[in-house]
Design a protein around this ligand. Structure first.
Ligand SMILES: [Zn+2]
Length: 156
């Protein structure tokens, strides 16, 4: 039996964890057909897809309508003004990338006829209530990508 040479694997000193645990650059049009969502966000618009055949407004944005299976979808703007439908405060067990932000509010926001899960910034849990008006807030992630949150309107 011949002896197999054992090679040492050179491990990097440090392994960088992907931000928000997404393993692919999901905002890039090379990897996703909903890259338009992120382009629209960069331009200040929260958008989603609406089915041109059955007229269903889809969330999250899709490339195929799950109701009638057409690819005939169009992008629609959901606006910037939402209303708190439900909320909670994250104090422990925050997902990777959010631990340093605790405590923070997150909730369900009604906007454009949809109920969307998102963080709610610029307000303490004690000062938030169901029905509060919130405004779209677009945040730039450390790697130049963008995502959306909501912010408690200052004029409330
Ligand atoms: Zn449809």
């Amino acid at each position: 039996m011949s002896k197999v040479k054992v090679e040492k694997i050179k491990r990097p000193e440090k392994i960088g964890l992907p931000f928000m645990l997404d393993f692919y650059p999901l905002q890039d049009e090379k990897y996703t057909r909903i890259s338009q969502f992120f382009k629209n966000l960069k331009d200040g618009h929260l958008t989603t897809t609406k089915c041109e055949k059955c007229k269903e407004v889809l969330w999250p944005p899709r490339i195929i309508c799950p109701h009638c299976h057409t690819e005939d979808l169009k992008w629609i703007d959901l606006g910037t003004e939402g209303e708190v439908h439900a909320f909670t405060e994250i104090t422990l067990g925050a997902p990777l990338g959010f631990v340093e932000d605790t405590p923070f509010c997150t909730g369900i926001v009604q906007i454009g006829g949809l109920l969307i899960s998102a963080r709610i910034d610029d307000v303490r849990y004690e000062d938030l209530k169901i029905g509060d008006k919130v405004r779209l807030k677009i945040v730039e992630l450390p790697d130049q990508r963008v995502f959306f949150r909501f912010s408690k309107s200052k004029n409330e």
